[in-house]
Design a protein around this ligand. Structure first.
Ligand SMILES: Cc1cc2nc3c(=O)[nH]c(=O)nc-3n(C[C@H](O)[C@H](O)[C@H](O)COP(=O)(O)OP(=O)(O)OC[C@H]3O[C@@H](n4cnc5c(N)ncnc54)[C@H](O)[C@@H]3O)c2cc1C
Length: 216
């Protein structure tokens, strides 16, 4: 396997991120010649190769989101059972219990989707660029919302860095909406597959006829 020699790498600047501090990020200058035998695809097929790679990356981001959300819901469920306010555990306050149940229901749906997509990715035509984009954007946006809601259910402690991991999880989850392609790019991919069924539409919703009827 080809590796860029350390002498070909120059650190330009360390970058400080809003979250995911466990992942070092830096602006690097790369000065290396990649030999022919290290090519990851045939010349001219770059877009195909990167699309294949991004499909896997986007699926893995959706899976990471599901894992993070599961942890947040688990921690929050435990907290709601332990913390008492107004004489009873928070879990007995319906407003909180049902909100957590709603997040758990959506997580269940996301998990099924991730498992199904993972089985489909290696099968031609079963789970392509549009499907992985749709899954990634839904998962990433849900992760941001779920982390925020769970942090909220911890009250003030949720916002404190050293008391609970929720603040960190909230900040870390935000990257999923950017890395691997932003929400807008995912939606563009999904939109490119929205082919209008005009004859079917006309047959069911004939607005021209309705308008004519109203005018007469
Ligand atoms: C810590 C970190 C890790 C990363 N890791 C990865 C990684 O592992 N893999 C990976 O692929 N990428 C990764 N990225 C890069 C990431 O994919 C890009 O930052 C992202 O695609 C956005 O590109 P940009 O930063 O150039 O923003 P810009 O392209 O400048 O976009 C700015 C804003 O404008 C919106 N926008 C841009 N063009 C349009 C348009 N045509 N229509 C509508 N809205 C538009 C974008 O959605 C965004 O909201 C990482 C980024 C960071 C910060």
């Amino acid at each position: 396997m080809f590796a860029v020699p350390a002498s070909g790498l120059t650190l330009r600047k360390r970058l400080v991120k809003a979250g995911t501090s466990g992942l070092d990020t830096a602006w690097m200058a790369v000065d290396a010649v990649v030999p022919d035998e290290a090519q990851v695809g045939r010349p001219g097929l770059g877009l195909l190769v990167i699309t294949w790679g991004l499909g896997h990356e986007r699926l893995s981001i959706a899976a990471q989101a599901a894992g993070g959300i599961a942890r947040a819901i688990g921690l929050t469920a435990a907290h709601l059972h332990r913390r008492e306010q107004f004489g009873r555990p928070l879990h007995e306050h319906q407003a909180l219990r049902l909100r957590l149940a709603e997040l758990a229901s959506r997580l269940l749906t996301l998990r099924f989707a991730v498992y199904t997509a993972a089985q489909g990715v290696p099968v031609a035509g079963a789970c392509g660029a549009r499907e992985t984009a749709a899954l990634k954007v839904v998962a990433a946006r849900f992760a941001e919302e779920a982390m925020s809601e769970c942090m909220h259910m911890f009250g003030g402690a949720g916002y404190l860095e050293d008391e609970t991991p929720l603040a960190r999880m909230w900040r870390d989850a935000r990257l999923a909406r950017i890395g691997g392609g932003t929400d807008e790019m995912m939606w563009e991919l999904v939109a490119s597959g929205l082919v209008p069924d005009l004859p079917g539409y006309d047959a069911s919703v004939d607005l021209t006829t309705t308008a004519n009827r109203e005018e007469s």
